[in-house]
Design a protein around this ligand. Sequence first.
Ligand SMILES: [Ca+2]
Length: 111
Amino acid sequence: MASPDSCQRPPHLPLDSQQESHNSANMAKLLQLLGSIKGIFAQYAGKDGDGRSLSKRELSELLREEFGITGSANKKELDDFFDTLDQDKDNVVDYNEFLTFMVTLVAIMDA
Ligand SMILES: [Ca+2]
């Protein structure tokens, strides 16, 4: 039984089309996640002063309300945590610093 020529694959069939749609699904999820992170950030960063950065007070509020972490229980721990996030040591956590934290958090939870 000779296979007819019509059954041959066209030379440029996109064999990776499934992979591509998988990637764009991940991309959609990622963009959604980034949207949520940005939303949370904006919500808390706008509470006092500069809406583009989180003060220590705003960060502790965010941690308490969004993650159930009570910073008031241990001020030293919150200070240390804030210092870790505040990479350029300007005493506020900007969006990039916050994003780094969230990505790290997601990576840890996903591991
Ligand atoms: Ca900073």
